[in-house]
Ligand binder design. Structure first.
Ligand SMILES: O=C(O)CCC(=O)C(=O)O
Ligand SMILES: [Fe+2]
Length: 337
């Protein structure tokens, strides 16, 4: 294992032991770069295809009118109609995909604001393969309206079958051209939250075909048990490789349909997913927003796989209920008349 310890994306302080029972020593941005380094890309980083290759053409968005603030406010206040059958399917399959969850104009507004916030903090860097930023909602009112709005909040509460949900965190996730795969995982392995009632909306900010870093979702709430049997390796790609093998061996169904503009997925924290490499010449932009049931606590011993989780709940310590100002209740079914 010695040569394995060379993962340059792992902060030095985390290279000393073999295990994960320690605090993450880097930032959350570094965490994502480390996490993607655990993906098996067959030994080669994919080279972006030349411009004009199948993928996504940003000019396809130019004719869409961005929503006004009032229009956005109205759309975010509107509950998405979910049927009991859809909730049951989510509970059995561990994810749901919803076409037309957002209007094209709302997605464009989120895209525009996320890019604005990201580049107000970062210089463009052609060497970067993954760009990420959390907690944009704290500094941008439009993003706040979307991720703390009723439309997503009620969706999360209804799918998780809980009366109230709080915000865990949001993340802007940009897989740059040439960015490799996202390794197979289930988010419950990351979340330092002592509950199974946690879910994440994944909101692509362009139409997203398979070769563009698209989310790939395995079907079945029980699939995470396969992942739990495989030892996690914080240095190398063995974990990802072994999960991929098992998914094939056990004939687990994987949803790899392209995402339309306005379509989102919502994953239960036990859903096993990964994402393809981005071999197009355009950035794959996505926005994630995670919610958990009100009343949940931090686990007693968070590991490095939770990254710098304290950023997402300032002042909350292990074992305590999560209700910092960064974790507002975004939907309260009990308040409905
Ligand atoms: O966007 C990606 O590549 C990964 C996203 C993901 O795993 C998540 O949102 O839970
Ligand atoms: Fe994930």
């Amino acid at each position: 294992m010695q040569e394995n310890r060379n993962n340059q994306h792992l902060p030095e302080g985390n290279r000393v032991t073999e295990g994960i029972e320690e605090k993450w020593e880097g930032t959350n941005e570094q965490w994502w770069n480390w996490y993607l380094s655990l993906a098996d890309n067959g030994g080669v980083a994919p080279a972006p295809e030349p411009l004009g290759s199948p993928g996504f053409d940003a000019s396809a968005l130019k004719d869409i009118r961005v929503l006004t603030r009032e229009e956005l406010r109205a759309e975010m206040a509107e509950p998405y109609p979910l049927t009991e059958e859809q909730i049951q399917r989510f509970q059995a399959e561990s994810y749901i995909r919803l076409t037309g969850f957002f209007s094209a104009g709302a997605i464009l507004l989120l895209r525009q604001e996320a890019l604005r916030v990201f580049y107000s903090h970062h210089e463009p860097d052609p060497d970067r393969r993954f760009s990420s930023m959390e907690l944009m909602w704290l500094e941008n009112e439009i993003i706040r309206e979307i991720v703390t709005g009723r439309r997503l909040g009620q969706l999360a509460a209804n799918l998780l079958r809980v009366p109230r949900v709080r915000m865990y965190h949001d993340d802007f996730l940009c897989k740059e051209p040439g960015g490799g795969r996202t390794p197979w995982h289930y988010d419950g392995h990351h979340y330092p939250i002592a509950s199974r009632n946690i879910g994440t909306a994944w909101i692509p900010l362009q139409p997203t075909p398979g070769r563009m870093g698209m989310l790939e979702l395995s079907k079945g709430m029980e699939t995470h048990e396969i992942v739990r049997e495989i030892p996690f390796d914080k240095f190398a790609q063995e974990h990802d490789r072994a999960i991929a093998e098992q998914l094939v061996a056990r004939a687990v169904e994987i949803d790899q349909r392209p995402f339309e503009l306005g379509e989102i997925s919502f994953q239960h924290c036990l859903n096993v997913h990964g994402a393809s490499a981005n071999v197009t010449s355009a950035q794959r932009l996505a926005y994630g927003a995670s919610y958990f049931e009100d009343g949940a606590r931090v686990v007693d011993s968070p590991t490095l796989v939770s990254g710098d989780w304290q950023k997402f709940m300032p002042g909350v310590r292990s074992g305590e209920p999560i209700r910092s100002p960064y974790n507002p209740v975004v939907y309260d079914g009990g308040r409905e008349g």
